[in-house]
Structures are given as structure tokens and as C-alpha cells.
Design a protein around this ligand. Structure first.
Ligand SMILES: [Zn+2]
Ligand SMILES: [Zn+2]
Length: 413
């Protein structure tokens, strides 16, 4: 009996030991296999990720190299009707450039076009829209020697023909065949050969593209100011606190002239001061503005130069009332077609008043404007009061129509 019990115990122990041994072996095998599986998984995973990265990179590179087929662009369809659409990315023909837009700036002219739905000289819908831009060259057409992909450029909105009566007399702003270009509110823009040859400038490295995009409006401002033929010591009154009024003011102040700014809205008062106005006259009443401005000059004689930068007939008339005998008035702001002004002939004649009306810019003045921006004293940043994506363009213009305190919004595609 005892020997049977012993033998059972012995067999039982043997079974347990065998079981333990097998169990241990199974666990070890499992661990080894598990580890191998995990390692394989990691290895495969890593390989898959690496392959994906390589393929992804190749695809991106191919896409970059081949260029994208379509881009987003703002198309003006009519009055207050801008649509962001997918359109073919332009290709550069001989002499042309394709520029990837870095920043496009809103402008009073664009606002007018948005409100009216067209511009007789510059844009007939449906059309690409926007004209103040700077960006990076992505393609240069055959025969382009001065620019290559990667160059940062500002391309002006127009270029004169160079051989008409006006061009030959140095009045290229009045060229009979001024070529306009639109399409800045887009990812890419085609720059026509004539603008590439005459009115595309390289942007110095230290100048931000959105600041360089101010070249076009600033060229108009510099032209308007120089065309008023200021003389040292002159006092200059500028009517209007919009982007162009503020720019002329800043140009005059930087050149050392005493500037009186006539503005309407609260936000414009601070901007005028910051940009160098010695005096700011804020009023909605023309008669009061004339009185207050004259009161700032010796014996109420009036200012030496008055520049109108609003573009309404009432302000043109006001400008004539601001100047002294022998003074100069510049009707800088373009009024709506068909409008007229009544002027006091006696005052014009017996006070020997010079009347000018500067329009647009010339290639030489565009270069001066970019030099001014690059020079460092010009407060480019003060003119860009907002940033928005291309998709927000409608909202931006609606806001500008409601006379917000925005000066310019940089549209970044
Ligand atoms: Zn403009
Ligand atoms: Zn011409």
C-alpha cells in the first residue's frame, strides 16, 4: 500500500515537473516568437513609413517641378460680386513671368471697382482682380534675362508703350497705350512681357513682400507730391485720410515739409499724427475745415500747396479755398465720370493759382517709391492694418465699404 502511494506521488511529481517544464518552454517560445513578431512589426512599420516618406517627397517634388494645374483666384463678376474660383495656373509665354503672390494689398481703386463692378480703363468683368502685389518668380518665359525663378519681385500694375507722343515727352503716365495687369488676388499671377521689361523690380532682401507691394500706390503718392512742385519751407495741406492721403502726407513729412492733414474719421487722426502731420484738422464741414486750416498759417493767408486726395467734387472746391495767393492745388483724387466742379474764376486768376491734377505713375517714379520703402524711414508697416486669406476677400471689401479704420489689408493666398 505504502509503496503504491509512493509510486503515485512519484508519478504525480514527474507529471507536474514535466508540465512545468513544458509550460516554461512554451512561455519562452512564446516570448521569443512574440519578440520576433514585435521586431518584425517594428521593422516592417518603419520600412512602410520610410517608403511613404520617400514616395510622398517624390510626389511633392514632382508636383513642384511640374507646377500645379489649377490655383485659387478671385474673379470679379460684377457689382459687389467676387468669387474665389479654381482656374488654370498661367504659363509663361516669351518675355513673361509667373509670380507666386506673397501678398496682395487692397486699394481704394479696387474698392471703387468692387462697388461699381467695372473700371473703364483697367478692368472689365468677368476678370481676375487686384493689382498691388509682390511675390516670388516661379517661371520665366523664353528671353527673360533679368529675372529667374526664386527672385523676389514687385511687378507694377501697368507699363507704358515707350514710343507714343506722351511716352516720348516723358509723360509715360499718360501713354496712349498704357497696358494694365490685374489678378493679384490669386495664388499666381502672369506678368505680361512689357511689365516685365519696364516695371518689374527686384525686392531687396531686407524688405518684406507685403511692404514691397506698397510700391504702386506709393509711386502715385510720390508722383502727386513732386508734381505739386514743393519749395523748401512750404506748408502742404492734404485733404483726405484714406491710404493715398496718408501716403502723400508721409512722403511730404519725410521730405521735411510742414503738413496739415484734413481728415474726417477718428482713426485717421492718430494715423496722420503717427505719419508726420504737424497739424490735424478733423471735421466733416468743409467751411470749418477751410477756416481752421487757414488759421494755422500766418495772417490766415492759406497754405502753399493743397492736395486733394478724396476724389469728390466738393473736396476739389475746398482745395482751391485752402491755398494762398500764388499757391498750387493738386486735384489728385479721381472723381466719378460725368462730375463737374464750379470754381471762382476771379480767385483763380487774380490770386494766380496753379491747378494741377496728377494721374498714375511712371517707371522712374516706381523705382523711387521702392527705394523709399527700402530706405528704412518710410513706415511701411503703418499702412498695412490687417491680414486676410483670399477666401475672406468679399468680407474684407464689405468692411472697407463701411468705412472701417483699416488702411490696407494684405491678402495672403
Ligand atoms: Zn492701387
Ligand atoms: Zn506710350
Amino acid at each position: 500500500m505504502a509503496s503504491r502511494v509512493k509510486s503515485v506521488i512519484k508519478r504525480g511529481r514527474a507529471t507536474v515537473e514535466t508540465a512545468l517544464e513544458h509550460g516554461r518552454a512554451t512561455v519562452e517560445t512564446a516570448i521569443v516568437h512574440g519578440r520576433a513578431t514585435v521586431e518584425t512589426a517594428i521593422h516592417h512599420g518603419r520600412a512602410t513609413v520610410e517608403t511613404a516618406i520617400v514616395h510622398g517627397r517624390a510626389t511633392v517634388e514632382t508636383a513642384l517641378e511640374h507646377g500645379r494645374a489649377t490655383m485659387k483666384a478671385a474673379i470679379l463678376h460684377g457689382r459687389e460680386d467676387i468669387r474665389i474660383e479654381s482656374v488654370p495656373v498661367p504659363k509663361a509665354e516669351a518675355g513673361e513671368l509667373i509670380v507666386q503672390v506673397g501678398a496682395a494689398l487692397t486699394c481704394g481703386t479696387d474698392l471703387k471697382v468692387f462697388r461699381r463692378g467695372y473700371h473703364a480703363r483697367m478692368i472689365v468683368p468677368p476678370a481676375l482682380f487686384g493689382h498691388e502685389l509682390a511675390g516670388t518668380v516661379v517661371e520665366a518665359g523664353a528671353g527673360v534675362a533679368d529675372f529667374a525663378p526664386g527672385d523676389r519681385v514687385v511687378a507694377l500694375n501697368s507699363a507704358p508703350c515707350g514710343h507714343c507722343y506722351y511716352c516720348e515727352r516723358g509723360q509715360e503716365n499718360l501713354c496712349d497705350d498704357l497696358l494694365f495687369n490685374n489678378g493679384a488676388y490669386a495664388e499666381f499671377i502672369r506678368i505680361p512681357a512689357r511689365i516685365v521689361a519696364k516695371n518689374t523690380l527686384k525686392v531687396p532682401e531686407h524688405v518684406a513682400l507685403e511692404h514691397a507691394a506698397l510700391t504702386e500706390p506709393l509711386a502715385c503718392a510720390v508722383h502727386g507730391f513732386e508734381d505739386s512742385h514743393p519749395r523748401p519751407g512750404d506748408t502742404v495741406a492734404i485733404i483726405g485720410g484714406g491710404p493715398l492721403g496718408l501716403m502723400i502726407l508721409h512722403v511730404a513729412a519725410l521730405a521735411g515739409y510742414e503738413v496739415i492733414a484734413l481728415v474726417k474719421h477718428d482713426g485717421q487722426v492718430e494715423a496722420a499724427r503717427q505719419l508726420g502731420a504737424a497739424h490735424v484738422v478733423q471735421t466733416g464741414s468743409i467751411r470749418k475745415a477751410v477756416h481752421d486750416t487757414r488759421a494755422l498759417t500766418p495772417n490766415n493767408r492759406g497754405v502753399d500747396i493743397a492736395i486733394e486726395a478724396v476724389g469728390i467734387p466738393e473736396a476739389w472746391q475746398e482745395a482751391v479755398e485752402l491755398v494762398r495767393k500764388g499757391g498750387t492745388v493738386n486735384f489728385f483724387g479721381g472723381c466719378a465720370t460725368g462730375t463737374h466742379v464750379m470754381l471762382d474764376t476771379n480767385r483763380i486768376h487774380y490770386s494766380d493759382i496753379t491747378l494741377r491734377a496728377t494721374f498714375h505713375h511712371t517707371p522712374a517714379i516706381c523705382r523711387k517709391a521702392l527705394d523709399l520703402i527700402a530706405g528704412g524711414r518710410f513706415q511701411a508697416g503703418a499702412f498695412i492694418t490687417g491680414h486676410a486669406h483670399l477666401y475672406e476677400l468679399n468680407r474684407v471689401f464689405e468692411k472697407l465699404m463701411n468705412r472701417s479704420s483699416e488702411i490696407k489689408t494684405a491678402i495672403v493666398p
